[in-house]
Design a protein around this ligand. Structure first.
Ligand code: CDP
Length: 231
């Protein structure tokens, strides 16, 4: 049994996709691809070059010069490199989080990153998380999961995550509002908006532990992809 399958995990902000996807990758021996980190990296690049968030010659140039690399670490962590600079920490700041959806709506940014994601997935054996993986990047993925949770639950998780990272903590109402704004921007953009693929399995994770969510996805994978009697 070779793990050449592609699993697509999409869903709105703060649904726990990163943690879950990382663990699914480790359990199934698949490469983990965090496409949100790639959009965050480009947002960082635009901010550091002081480029306006709009289509322009300068943006085209920045994208064609871009060398974006995700480097796997132990425990499923990864480093993010932009043009030789380690931006792993910088791409998680509130400023990047607030700006990323506008950058991700630019068609030239989506084209560039989608092309790189497809190259990374060309030989399969990958679990990718994002907003448009099952709909636009890998529409033929063997398993598609749409992972979501209520806004209140997602804000609560985001706040726990910020505490753990030692980052400044806005109040829950503000987090809910930020999540709503990002969901709205991501699901109404013209190119590859956030939406559930027709053939995705939906998982609403309120009240579920990370382990339960991981187990559910692994079970779906086994049911769909392993020959009978294999698991
Ligand atoms: O982890 P979190 O839910 O905060 O978001 P993320 O996965 O890091 O993605 C950050 C942003 O990148 C999203 O809000 C989208 O605007 C954009 N994104 C996208 O447009 N398409 C993807 N495949 C992944 C992320």
């Amino acid at each position: 049994m070779t793990n050449s399958a592609i699993i697509a995990i999409d869903g709105p902000a703060g649904a726990g996709k990163s943690t879950v996807t990382r663990q699914v990758a480790m359990r199934l021996g698949l490469v983990y691809l965090d496409t949100g980190a790639m959009y965050r990296a480009v947002t960082w690049l635009l901010q550091s070059l002081d480029l306006p968030v709009q289509e322009s010659k300068a943006l085209q140039q920045a994208l064609s010069d871009l060398e974006l690399r995700l480097e796997a670490q132990q425990q499923g962590d990864q480093l993010v490199w932009v043009n030789g600079k380690n931006v792993t920490e910088q791409i998680r700041t509130a400023e990047i989080t607030a700006g990323v959806s506008a950058v991700a709506a630019l068609p030239s940014v989506r084209n560039a990153l989608t092309a790189q994601q497809r190259r990374l997935g060309a030989s399969g054996g990958l679990v990718a998380e994002g907003r448009d993986i099952g709909t636009a990047v890998f529409p033929n993925a063997e398993l598609k999961v749409y992972l979501t949770a209520t806004v209140a639950e997602r804000a609560r998780r985001r706040s726990a995550d910020l505490i753990q990272r030692g980052l400044p903590l806005p109040d829950l109402k503000q987090l809910e509002q930020e999540i709503n704004t990002r969901d709205q921007l991501d699901s109404t953009r013209a190119v590859a908006p956030l939406c559930k693929a027709a053939d995705a399995l939906e998982l609403v994770s309120d009240g579920m532990s990370i382990e339960q969510v991981v187990q559910q996805i692994v079970s779906w994978y086994e049911a769909k992809l392993l020959p009978p009697g294999f698991s």
